[in-house]
Design a binder for this molecule. Structure first.
Ligand code: NAP
Length: 338
């Protein structure tokens, strides 16, 4: 497994990370046994970075990862890095009711996460969305205190603007920014990515397959569960879906000419943006089955030269996507979009 250092101060991690969210929430039913087998297979393949959030099904995802770590061979468990998001407030009906980044809340969230994960430290800890009522300096300062006490190793951020990156980096070393980045979500290229590169902050890119939309496996007539995020996502609706899947068809032609899959091409494109941008970029793939994981790992063997990258970007031009990446109400919480 290829490895790289996440930013100038972050941990050394596998070149691909595993995002575990879909094993508990947001993409409909998941199979618990297969989820744990997928985490084990990822660790076995040398994937070290496991990403989660304490609010993914209200602790379910952390408990799942905790079980997978407990039942993994010791050597794999010891290499695993946990990347945990906190701060989203939930209610018993599964609703979302804002964000809490107050220092006392940060420490409270961390105490529960350590317990659920069954670990003595969290490797990268970050607030999922900035709390509009708490300056980023205070939230990051609270994580820095957790670092001093050994409960957390590194501080991350999620979906923040270039300005917030600078403010946070002035308080404490920031290992990485977690943010959506894919062939059809390229908004970070204008300002956020160059700022991360300048500040020596890595990027853990999520949604590299745009939640399955550009995986090559998403069927036009797929029936989604009522609680599936994609049922509300503008990119998956009506004409937008049709237009976006047309882009996937264009991408498929290039993938086929290289003898690789659509998902592998999309992941390899994100991998190629690290050297291009000067930032260390680690795609978090949301595989929740071993076959999908195997496919995703295959992206590490795909070489895209300048001509390939140009062909891909002609097939999927920067602004060709139809629909915003989140519903309007959720876009409002993205500091990165302001
Ligand atoms: N910081 C944030 O705000 C934020 C937001 C969202 C997610 N995240 C993190 O980023 C991780 C990845 O995000 P994501 O799950 O949206 O990313 P993704 O990799 O773009 O999408 C995952 C979806 O793609 C489908 N897929 C098809 N082929 C695949 C393949 N070969 N490998 C992987 N997935 C394939 C899967 O569908 P099937 O299972 O149906 O095959 C799965 O539902 C999450 O797990 C979470 O940890 C962070």
């Amino acid at each position: 497994m290829r490895t790289l250092k996440l930013g100038t101060t972050g941990p050394t991690t596998s070149a691909l990370g595993l995002g575990c969210m879909g094993m508990s929430a947001l993409y409909g039913e998941a199979d618990r046994t297969e989820s744990i087998a997928t985490i084990h297979a990822a660790l076995e393949a040398g994937v070290t970075l496991l990403d989660t959030g304490d609010f993914y099904a209200m602790g379910h995802n952390e408990l799942l990862i905790g079980e997978a770590l407990r039942t993994a061979p010791a050597a794999h468990r010891e290499q695993a890095l946990t990347s945990v998001k906190f701060g989203a407030l939930r209610d018993p009906d599964g609703g979302w009711s804002g964000y809490d980044g107050r220092p006392a809340a940060v420490k409270n969230f961390a105490a529960y996460s350590l317990q659920r994960l069954g670990v003595d430290h969290i490797d990268v800890y970050r607030i999922a969305r900035l709390d509009p009522d708490v300056p980023v300096e205070e939230t990051v300062g609270a994580i820095a205190e957790l670092v001093e006490k050994g409960h957390v190793r590194h501080i991350g951020l999620s979906e923040v603007s270039a300005e917030s990156l600078r403010r946070a980096a002035a308080v404490a070393p920031i290992s990485d920014l977690q943010i959506e980045y894919s062939l059809i979500s390229r908004g970070i290229e204008a300002e956020i990515l160059p700022t991360a590169a300048e500040l020596g902050i890595g990027v853990t890119a999520y949604g590299v397959l745009s939640r399955g939309l550009i995986s090559g496996h998403f069927e036009r007539d797929r029936q989604l569960a009522a609680n599936d995020f994609r049922g509300m996502s503008p990119r998956f609706q009506g004409d937008n879906l049709q237009r976006n899947l047309d882009l996937v068809d264009a991408l498929r032609k290039i993938a086929e000419s290289k003898g690789v899959s659509v998902a592998q091409t999309a992941i390899a494109w994100v991998l190629a943006q690290g050297p291009r941008s000067g930032a260390s970029i680690v795609p978090l793939v949301g595989a929740r089955r071993r076959d999908r994981l195997t496919e995703a790992l295959g992206a590490l063997d795909v070489t895209l030269d300048d001509a390939d990258l140009a062909a891909i970007e002609r097939a999927v031009p920067t602004d060709a996507v139809a629909g915003a990446r989140y519903p309007e109400s959720q876009m409002a919480h993205l500091d990165s979009e302001h």
